[in-house]
Write a protein that binds this ligand. Structure first.
Ligand code: F6R
Length: 249
């Protein structure tokens, strides 16, 4: 596991986007697993800048988003497809036929999860999986207690997750969908490389538990200790409790 600690938001954005870019440069038809949330916004902004500057080409890239809420209109501003359009898809040359994200309002959520699982099997594994981390240790929407063997499925969100995500739904956790489709932990672990992102003091304790604590299903992100190519990019606040040696680049 490699840990980089950025000294500024600009450096964090550059470093994270550069890691994505290197994967695409090495393999122009790379399969990328993507995350939403507050953490990766600056990375996407820098990727859009790189694209506009002619420094990166997404035309052959395939993307799989990690998760999507269930039971909201895909056009809802807080849906993950809306997020991806706003922060990346509408601004770069990714082929719409190669962007994959579970449907937010399928007639049959279980069938949608099964179809997404098959799609991942067909085109995966991801060359790079980008991950954020929940303050409860979730990756994707794999909440504490999820089996490390889990595959893409319909899941219930924990109250703490609905509370954390409430700002995008007018501040009321009750407005946050109760269910989602998420890629499973076993599928996340098949990615060739994993880029784990964390910023802010609110992530310091969970980063310590996930990266340096016991590997346990109670802390889903702790499974990453078993992967042999994880790159972690934090700011000082999120890294403040970590004792792992820091890398420079
Ligand atoms: C989002 C996702 C979640 C987030 C996590 C952290 O696609 O899968 O696991 O990465 O909830 O969210 P932020 O970055 O908003 O703190």
């Amino acid at each position: 596991m490699k840990l980089y600690v950025a000294r500024s938001a600009e450096e964090w954005n550059r470093l994270t986007a550069q890691i994505v870019r290197e994967v695409i440069e090495a393999k122009p038809d790379a399969v990328l697993g993507l995350a939403t949330g507050n953490t990766p916004i600056g990375m996407y902004k820098e990727l859009v800048r790189m694209y506009k500057a002619g420094e990166i080409d997404f035309s052959r890239v395939r993307t799989f988003n990690l998760d999507e809420y269930l039971g909201i209109d895909p056009g809802h501003p807080a849906s993950f497809i809306s997020f991806m359009k706003q922060h990346l898809f509408d601004h770069v040359n990714i082929d719409p036929d190669r962007m994959h994200i579970p449907k937010a309002n399928p007639d049959d959520p279980e069938a949608e999860a099964a179809a997404y699982r098959e799609l991942l099997r067909t085109y995966g594994p991801c060359d790079l999986q980008v991950l954020g981390i929940g303050t409860n240790g979730h990756i994707g929407f794999n909440e504490p207690g999820t089996s490390f063997d889990s595959v893409t499925s319909v899941v219930e969100l924990h109250e703490s997750t609905r509370k954390a995500n409430a700002p995008a739904f007018g501040g009321d956790p009750a407005n946050v969908p109760a269910r989602a489709i998420t890629v499973g932990i076993s599928e996340i672990m098949t990615a060739k490389k994993i880029l784990l992102l964390a910023t802010g003091a609110g992530k310091a304790d969970i980063m310590k538990a996930a990266l340096e604590g016991e590997v346990t299903e109670q802390v889903p992100a702790s499974v990453l200790q078993r992967h042999d190519d994880v790159v972690v990019v934090c700011d000082e606040a999120a890294a403040s409790r970590l004792e792992l040696p820091r890398s420079e680049r």
